[in-house]
Design a protein around this ligand. Structure first.
Ligand code: HEC
Length: 114
């Protein structure tokens, strides 16, 4: 057997063919609705209503907003493709520093889907 083939074989045996790789090291974080509510009251309710099912002083009702819509609005102040916005204005600023909180906001605004 050639040396390189031996090396590959030994390396494969030593690594246990990847068997000791920890399964499930990547976790999808589920949203925390209580945290989402607090974040909403702090970052969104100045324009949207503190009751998200009602229109606010500046922004429309946002209850039931999908995670995709929340992400588009909060990260980029855009909308998902083919989404029909409730308002034609462009008054809402993006708040990309909330990136890691989008699952929480989604859990609060749309508990059924998250
Ligand atoms: C400075 C005021 C302001 C703040 C702060 C704000 N919004 Fe908005 N938001 C608006 C306005 C106004 C609209 C309507 C579109 C526009 O003018 O940008 C809107 C639209 C939206 C929409 C789309 C509604 C629809 O169905 O068309 C969502 C969802 C939304 N905001 C979520 C949020 C969330 C979540 C936060 C907090 C992280 C937030 N907004 C913070 C003013 C604001």
């Amino acid at each position: 057997m050639k040396t390189w083939a031996m090396t590959v074989l030994i390396a494969a045996l030593l690594s246990g063919c990847g068997r000791e790789k920890e399964p499930g090291t990547q976790t999808v974080r589920l949203g925390d609705a209580r945290r989402g509510r607090a974040l909403y009251l702090t970052n969104c309710a100045a324009c949207h209503n503190s009751d998200p099912s009602k229109d606010g002083t500046i922004g429309p009702a946002v209850k039931g907003a999908s995670r995709e819509l929340i992400e588009a609005r909060v990260m980029r102040a855009t909308y998902p493709p083919d989404y029909k916005p409730r308002r034609k204005t462009a008054a809402m600023p993006a708040q990309p520093y909330l990136a890691s909180s989008i699952p929480d906001l989604a859990a609060f605004l749309n508990p059924a889907a998250n």
